[in-house]
Design a protein around this ligand. Structure first.
Ligand SMILES: [Fe+2]
Ligand SMILES: [Fe+2]
Length: 169
């Protein structure tokens, strides 16, 4: 039985270029999540001080969510006939979430988290645009991940506002 390319959607032969483009976008997203896991584990562990407790706990929760996102991206790469890269292909980009000079510098961590979440939001918005009408399954998955990132950013914007209100940021 013949099936036309429309029935196969993103899996049709005609769509192989598009599928490769989407795999490339998903691979970048995968690395962003992996790096975020590293950065948030370090920050949630290193921060000192009474005031840091809330931030530590919040980041520890986020680590699990970001790891879940990384797995979702990896699975989708596989489903689209891509290959999840090996660790040697990793290149760090979060210069804004590096080892702190002072482990009580909660504000630096909050600003770093907001920047990381904003980067994710921008990239995932791009994936949603590029998959529109082409790959609804990837689009649907990324929409739900985007919502998580918006929630993370909103929470940390609230933390930052508190510090700004008190003149500490
Ligand atoms: Fe994430
Ligand atoms: Fe996030």
């Amino acid at each position: 039985m013949e099936t036309n390319s429309l029935d196969k959607g993103i899996f049709s032969g005609d769509s192989s270029g598009t599928r490769e483009d989407i795999v490339a976008l998903l691979t970048k997203a995968y690395w962003m999540e992996i790096e975020t896991v590293m950065s948030y584990i370090a920050a949630s562990t290193n921060l000192d001080g009474v005031r840091a407790q809330e931030i530590r706990e919040s980041l520890a929760t986020d680590v699990e969510e970001e790891l879940g996102h990384a797995k979702e991206f990896a699975n989708r790469i596989k489903e689209l006939y891509g290959v999840v890269p090996g660790s040697e292909e990793f290149r760090a980009e979060q210069s804004f979430l590096q080892r702190l000079e002072h482990q009580t510098d909660v504000v630096a961590v909050i600003r770093g988290v907001i920047k990381a979440e904003t980067g994710a939001i921008e990239h995932y918005t791009q994936i949603i645009e590029e998959t529109d009408g082409v790959d609804p399954v990837t689009q649907d998955m990324v929409i739900s991940i985007l919502r998580d990132e918006q929630g993370h950013r909103r929470l940390f914007e609230g933390f930052l506002r508190e510090y700004e209100f008190e003149g500490k940021a």
